[in-house]
Design a protein. Sequence first.
Lengths: 368, 368
Amino acid sequence: MSNKTTEPAIVKSGIKAVAELAGVGIASVSRVLSGQPGSSPQMTQRVMDAARQLGYAPNVLAQSLRRRATHSIGFVGSDINNPLIASIVSGAESVLSVAKYSVLLTNSGGDPGVDAQRIDVLLQRQVDGLIVLPALEDDPATLAALRGAQAPVVLIDRTLPSDIGAHYVLSDHFQGLGDAGRHLLQAGHSRIGLVVGLDVRPTRERIRGVEAAFDSLGLARNLIVHRGRLSPEHGEQAIGELLSGENPPSAVILGGNQLLEGALRAVHRRKLTLGVDLSLVSCDALPLCRLHHPPIATVMRDTALLGRRAAELLLAQLREPGATDPELMPTWFEARASCGPFVGSASTSAASPGAKKRAKQGPSISSK
Amino acid sequence: MSNKTTEPAIVKSGIKAVAELAGVGIASVSRVLSGQPGSSPQMTQRVMDAARQLGYAPNVLAQSLRRRATHSIGFVGSDINNPLIASIVSGAESVLSVAKYSVLLTNSGGDPGVDAQRIDVLLQRQVDGLIVLPALEDDPATLAALRGAQAPVVLIDRTLPSDIGAHYVLSDHFQGLGDAGRHLLQAGHSRIGLVVGLDVRPTRERIRGVEAAFDSLGLARNLIVHRGRLSPEHGEQAIGELLSGENPPSAVILGGNQLLEGALRAVHRRKLTLGVDLSLVSCDALPLCRLHHPPIATVMRDTALLGRRAAELLLAQLREPGATDPELMPTWFEARASCGPFVGSASTSAASPGAKKRAKQGPSISSK
DNA sequence: TTGAAAGCGGTACCAC
DNA sequence: GTGGTACCGCTTTCAA
């Protein structure tokens, strides 16, 4: 299709071409362009000129192969359509990109098998590190994949057996749910429904948090825990089941933002007035939840910060490896009309983000 | 921390180790594991066994360098926190991952300069293809970066000069906005406000669409176009300016989902009743927008499909390169209470996703 | 200071 | 069928 007689325009790039054009050795080109010391000014000049002239950009693949470092990290999450995950990814990407790291993104759809497979793929791609939010904490395949990792691994809101040697960024759900629970109890509710997902750390901490709320007010633990998927569909179903069961709770806490849409559908369909007929609290916000009528009370956290911290932790490990203590990120309750007017003492309501005080019982970070 | 005296467990991996263990040549190992034909059953067996025994996984970096293909694609978008973008990414990732491609994700924050820089980084990483949603259609740096691409490039909702040789997946905003406009006009509105962002294809098509709505009903083009950033803040500001200007519109169409939150804040603050005091239509949905009170009328589209089609287009180009025609994806208007009760003829309301009929004037896909 | 050469971990051509 | 070997494009001794 083409005879290479008249059009040698972009004949070839590569470090070799630069070396030839500059009339120097390949090694020198590498040195100069890698910013290594020990090159004469004129050498530097010649090489830079030649490189610019050819529009040369190094092949990162070859660099990575040789340097044994790809300057890339892998992210394994359930679903980027969840604003919570998107925010974490975005936070991580922002700090990684300034550190010149690229992000390999994968979605597992919450399937443990896919988690494991994705981790393997990323490791084969020689990522320098991994940020993972696995669906389960005890999936054998996922644990095996992680154990095979030479690269540092940071987990977000999950705790794994210590032999994995991972690093952790955890949310203090205990605190937030405790505050939310106390708020509801002091507002006069005596029975609280809590919808949670699989048995992972956030689930356990949320339950502990609400239980602690009962305890701290000297009340019997009148808590009904509803387990299922953290999906809109299940949110709808959960509200239905909780309200139509015998002795229904007058307040429900949704342990996951994805439940909210379905829960609200159920509430609307039943023509219930939030804050009057039923008090509702969500964990993690959704874009329009403050503009809902009434606004949705929420246990908040800085999700972008989670991602940023995870990335920073990873970069620190890349610099110098070593064991680290889990980092506990704050969570706080923002009371809003969906949980009715507040009638208790003022001290329990909406703690500010600055309120990082450890809960009495302290967070549980041990593996199960 | 560890002396390597007693634990030579994973001494070394690599294809060489497999070859040694199997007692065969390196080339044979490569052949077998790459699934190339021409290996005896026993050879295949020996190699497979050895590989399994060593837990061998090929170094994708080395493969990529040699094969001149990384089986990875780069995604350049503005902000993954926008559910619209997240959905596109997710759609693309889903088809790419089954094709064994990895996704390198970058956020540009809507900054053209960052767009260009990210494109360069991805190309240096030798991605096999690019899916891009640039902030601008005529940013010199972005265009230069794209021109340097050997790999196929798919653009979503942007059109670039034809010398770029890109491929396109476009939304039929003209249709959706036309339907929305007609709905509003037939409901009795005579003056419509339209909030748009920068001068990119969606902006132009949306304006054309609403203008066509006036035209098709034989009405004077009583349209006020408000330009600015597609952010919540500007959504709030835009509503404020539109309503406090002289001769304010009675209906406003928001040309971007990120405007909605701010717009609703403005509406709430002014204690306006949507669908009565003001009719509001959003472009692209937000999680809780149907549960808002009242529900928000929206120009919809299948955003995940956009991502999937872009990925499919890219994969097709990877298989066999060639020019392609832009693909036009449907858009449809869903009337909801935020734009008041419907009073016109039934035919203009909420077209179903199936309604792909071309708008009379046809879509404009030429570069500006 | 500079350059030749030995890899990094595979792939693929080419004889045997 | 199988194995030796020349690369892929770059980094990094090591000797000059």
